[in-house]
Ligand binder design. Structure first.
Ligand code: SF4
Ligand code: SF4
Length: 226
């Protein structure tokens, strides 16, 4: 068992190999508690790697060639790590990819022509921003997992990305400029479509509580005091 206190990552055997389940044991558990528990489990548990079929991720680039949505807090961390003080739009132009399809917006990590993330060291196949890598990178491992574990990841990533979109749009509205995106299909952007959520006003994953993110039904499934 990997236990960092408020969130437990529990090994679970599936037909496809060793995977994990997730239990939240404290009402005040934060997204950072979730990340700490998962990062520890990835090192400590004998989780299967269904794609790589070896013990560790180092030297594998397969998931670095996939869509990697960014959260508001990922972008704050990237700005601190790479270029303190850089404006949101400039940072996203450099490290992100913004796609607008009608009213829908998707902001992801930028990928280069070879389809792989801009931050991947091509020769060593290692992440060059490992300690500031986005939440979606920290929470993915190609092993089986329970549906409640997948549900927690989905809600955290989605609400974090929604807040990034809201900040990006309000940044443009506040300055009276048009939001700049990298691909657009009949764009129909409305700031009102992106309401504040549990990420709003926060500047660290320690401040965002899982209970404020998860819908009540999922919280009931994943919370246990025993
Ligand atoms: S989680 Fe990603 S990096 Fe690790 S083995 Fe699987 S595909 Fe490769
Ligand atoms: S940030 Fe790092 S871990 Fe995430 S996709 Fe890019 S290279 Fe891979």
């Amino acid at each position: 068992m990997s236990n960092v206190g408020k969130v437990l990552v529990l090994p679970k055997q599936f037909v496809k190999g060793m995977g994990y389940d997730l239990v939240i044991t404290n009402q005040r558990a934060s997204v950072q508690d979730y990340l700490d528990a998962l990062n520890k489990a990835v090192d400590a548990l004998p989780l299967s790697r269904s794609r790589k079929k070896t013990a560790q991720c180092a030297g594998c680039d397969l998931c670095c060639a996939e869509r990697a949505p960014l959260t508001w807090l990922d972008v704050l961390r990237l700005e601190e790590y790479l270029s303190p003080g850089e404006k949101l739009q400039q940072l996203l132009d450099r490290v992100g990819h913004i796609v607008v399809d009608g009213p829908v917006v998707d902001i992801t990590l930028r990928r280069e022509e070879d389809g792989r993330c801009t931050f991947l060291d091509r020769s060593k196949l290692l992440c060059t921003i490992y300690f500031a890598r986005p939440l979606v990178c920290q929470t993915f491992i190609c092993c089986p997992g329970t549906s409640r574990a997948a549900g927690v990841r989905k809600w955290v990533v989605n609400l974090g990305e929604d807040e990034l979109v809201r900040r990006w749009l309000s940044h443009a509205v506040d300055r009276g400029i048009k939001p700049r995106f990298h691909e657009g299909y009949q764009p129909n952007l409305r700031l009102n479509d992106w309401q504040p959520n549990a990420f709003t006003g926060k500047n660290s994953y320690h401040q965002v509580l899982l209970k404020e993110i998860l819908p009540p039904g999922l919280w009931k499934q994943v919370f246990s005091v025993s």
